[in-house]
Ligand binder design. Structure first.
Ligand code: ADP
Ligand code: ASP
Ligand code: MG
Length: 406
């Protein structure tokens, strides 16, 4: 007997037929003698619809009320799945975040899980009951509903698996595992049998939305055995593992992209000490994260250009903040470009191999794709390019690093 957490994303619970399919998968695990907690997302498209309603209601909405609205999609799917399970003879009950409770910070819209009380759930496992848990949501110390950021049901699943000391945390989705790159864009993408936590973390944070970044972070920290697999087909998925468990390590194991970047260039900024602080200080104060940065050396020693990226969601606020600081910073012109994409190649093998970045630059140059900004870390190289080249860049890089499926 094992204790397992199964998580099903939005497309896997998009309608009643699919919810029945999920229930059948759950029933199989129960019949095999396992204790099961199932985490579900809202039906595909529902959370987007709820977010749009908040924005329409008022552009400057209260994030606490936003959480009340956008968390509601999961209430529907836990109820429906519990009804279907019961109709199949599987004892089940639904759990909203606050009923467990899943205690979180009060950072509404992107709260962090602090603790999960599983005592009642475990007692009910003993009675043969399946727990059907709403993903994405929790409750803060004031008793108010919180959400964990978009894609947060993955993190709910990992958090619950850690709290339950589950043997496995299986993430069922609409692809059958983690691929070398998004299989919806590159037809030759290859499924990985295993990927290291570190690479998965980098893939997720660079835009591969198959797992929410925080879920990987948490799994790594808590040693949760994480697996990504298809909710539609029964075949092996991808295991997220420690580095030592991978025998033959590729230099580059994956390529990720993020369209969620916007580029801001400040032209003719005075080239003097303290200038970077005068630009990024006010952005930090406004809770705006800056991702990639380039600053040129000025030829005359007087003025230079500074380019950086922020998320598309923060873009309007960033421009507003910088316009307010125009006099203090003393730049000549602010240029903005939202039609950009960040493409990143990732692999722990980069630590011990030279020439990875050069291969990327050459592959893009061969296709006539101009690189606007570059940033690197120990296990990744990222470039910012024009959005229209996303597919061409992904396909070319995939081939250049020898990742194409046979
Ligand atoms: P869910 O609703 O089940 O949480 P998501 O849409 O959040 O599913 O994540 C699954 C999607 O992630 C896939 O449909 C795929 O298009 C995308 N994706 C991006 N990069 C990758 C990758 N490297 N491997 C697998 N899927 C990826
Ligand atoms: N329903 C939420 C979202 O769409 C959470 C999730 O699906 O993981 O972001
Ligand atoms: Mg998801």
């Amino acid at each position: 007997m094992a204790r397992i957490v199964m998580k099903f994303g939005g497309t896997s619970v998009a309608n009643l037929e699919r919810i029945r399919n999920v229930a059948a998968r759950v029933k199989k695990e129960v019949e095999a003698g396992n204790e099961v907690a199932v985490i579900v997302s809202a039906m595909a498209g529902d959370t987007n619809r709820l977010v749009a309603l908040c924005e329409e209601a008022s552009p400057l909405y209260d994030l606490r009320e936003y959480d009340v609205v956008v968390s509601s999609g999961e209430q529907v799917t836990i109820g429906l799945l519990s009804i279907v399970l019961q109709s199949m003879g599987v004892p089940a009950r639904s759990w909203l975040g606050w009923q467990i409770p899943v205690n979180t910070s009060d950072a509404h819209g992107s709260a962090r899980i602090q603790s999960i009380d599983t005592s009642d759930m475990i007692r009910r496992f003993g009675e043969g009951q399946v727990a059907v848990v709403a993903g994405f949501q929790g409750v803060d110390s004031m008793g108010r509903i919180t959400t964990l950021g978009r894609g947060g049901s993955d993190t709910s699943a990992v958090g619950l698996a850690a709290a339950l000391k589950a043997d496995r945390c299986d993430i069922y989705t609409d692809v059958d595992g983690v691929y070398t790159t998004d299989p919806r864009i590159v037809a030759k993408a290859r499924k990985l049998d295993k990927i290291t936590y570190e690479e998965m973390l980098e893939m997720a944070s660079q835009g591969a939305k198959v797992l929410q970044t925080r879920s990987v972070e948490l799994a790594m920290k808590e040693g949760v055995r994480l697996q990504v697999l298809s909710s539609f087909e029964e075949r092996p998925g991808t295991l997220v593992v420690d580095e030592g468990e991978i025998v033959e390590q590729e230099i580059v194991s994956g390529i990720a992209y993020s369209r969620d970047e916007a580029k801001i260039t400040l032209r003719e900024v005075p080239d003097r000490p303290g200038i970077a602080a005068s630009i990024f200080g006010p952005l930090t104060d406004a809770m705006i994260n800056v991702d990639m940065i380039v600053q040129n050396v000025s030829a005359t020693g007087e003025a230079t250009d500074l380019t950086f990226t922020v998320t598309k969601a923060d873009f309007n606020r960033a421009v507003e903040v910088l316009k307010g600081e125009e006099q203090t910073i003393g730049y000549k012109e602010l240029r903005a470009d939202k039609d950009v994409v960040k493409v990143s190649v990732i692999g722990v093998g980069m630590r011990s191999h030279a020439g990875v970045a050069q291969r990327m630059f050459k592959a893009l140059a061969d296709k006539g794709i101009n690189i606007q900004v570059i940033s690197t870390s120990e296990i990744k190289v990222s470039v910012l390019i024009a959005e229209e080249y996303t597919e061409l860049a992904l396909r070319s890089l995939h081939t250049a690093y020898g990742l194409d499926a046979a």
